[in-house]
Design a protein around this ligand. Structure first.
Ligand code: MLT
Length: 323
């Protein structure tokens, strides 16, 4: 029996090699496929490997009568309709480990860039200016870094910040205190505690009903004046209008944004075009190492699921009740 794996997004060739090397697996990976081509390929698909560009919604799943697994080469599964997959008995998996370091390194880089105005100073020099006074920065050593969401990336960021002599606190209601203690930092019981104490806040939470829009006017008011905010997690954690207002007033001195509520950001997004904001286009996982690693993990998981019925990192655990 041969299983057909469709890869409608650009997946690193290291993952395609894993698929091609597997027995009984037929791969269709022509590069980025249009929505139309993806829909047309669905009836023959036993497995789908996606990054963030393909939306596996009810329309797509309705075409996929044979589909058994979807693997997200990456972490966020916000582009996959998990409930519909569960209803159709499709197992959804992600690759949660492979891009942790890449994302933590980007968040750390954004924090330094923000504290020292590196992109703005670069643009100024390119424009022919020599403006040393304007780009007076803030030392991060001795400052309090508040990490909201203390999963893999939050912890990797904490380890790196330690080397820069930062004081660190984290908020995550799902993580036991001993995990933070083991890493030498304190987990605060209430998000308010973190908002009040942090000089720099870095977001690493998932988007849920509780966290959607958590960086809003009410919570910003609890932050220190002149706080810096880094978001390399998900844009929907932020209420864009409220943060833009705080950036314009100076309550928030600066923000570094890698992610947006809609991607690419809509031209009317109020966070665009602000001098005290650094923008990157969702580059958290964009390193050669991370892309090769997520592709290899995703390909191996797809092969093991199809050939051995072995599933790792299931995102819709309810599906197991129907297996
Ligand atoms: C992830 O969820 O894995 C990261 O945000 C990167 C990506 O979307 O590919």
């Amino acid at each position: 029996m041969t299983f057909r794996v469709i890869v409608p997004d650009n997946l690193h060739e290291a993952g395609i090699d894993v698929l091609n090397a597997a027995d009984s697996i037929e791969v269709y990976a022509p590069g980025k496929m249009t929505r139309e081509d993806t829909l047309a390929a669905m009836p023959d698909a036993d497995a789908l490997i996606v990054r963030s560009a393909t939306t596996a919604d009810a329309e797509l799943l309705a075409q996929a009568a044979k589909l058994k697994v979807i693997v997200r080469a990456g972490v966020g599964v916000d582009n996959i309709d998990l409930d519909e997959c569960t209803r159709r008995n499709i197992v959804v998996m992600n690759t949660p480990d492979a891009n942790t370091i890449a994302t933590a390194e980007l968040a750390f880089g954004l924090m330094l860039a923000l504290a020292r105005h590196i992109p703005q100073a670069d643009a100024s020099l390119r424009a022919g200016h020599w403006d040393r006074k304007k780009y007076m920065g803030t030392q991060i050593s001795g400052k309090t870094l508040g990490i909201i969401g203390f999963g893999r990336v939050g912890r990797a960021l904490a380890q790196r910040a330690k080397a820069f002599d930062m004081r660190e606190i984290a908020y995550d209601p799902f993580v036991p205190e001993r995990v933070a203690r083991h890493l030498g930092l304190s987990l605060v019981p209430r998000m308010e505690d973190l908002l009040e104490e942090a000089d720099i806040i870095s977001l690493h939470a998932l988007v849920t009903d509780e966290t959607r829009g958590m960086i809003n006017r009410e919570n910003i008011a609890k932050m220190k004046d002149g706080v810096l905010i880094v978001n390399a997690a998900r844009g929907k954690l932020i209420n864009s209008a409220d943060l833009a207002e705080a950036l314009i007033s100076g309550k928030v001195a600066g923000a570094a944004l890698d992610v947006y509520d809609v991607e690419p950001p809509a031209p009317e997004n109020p966070l665009l075009g602000l001098d005290n904001v650094i923008y990157t286009p969702h580059l958290g996982a964009s390193t050669h190492e991370a892309q090769a690693a997520v592709a290899i993990d995703a390909a191996k998981q797809a092969v093991e699921a199809l050939l051995d019925g072995k599933y790792d990192n299931i995102c819709n655990k309810a599906v197991l009740e129907t297996q």
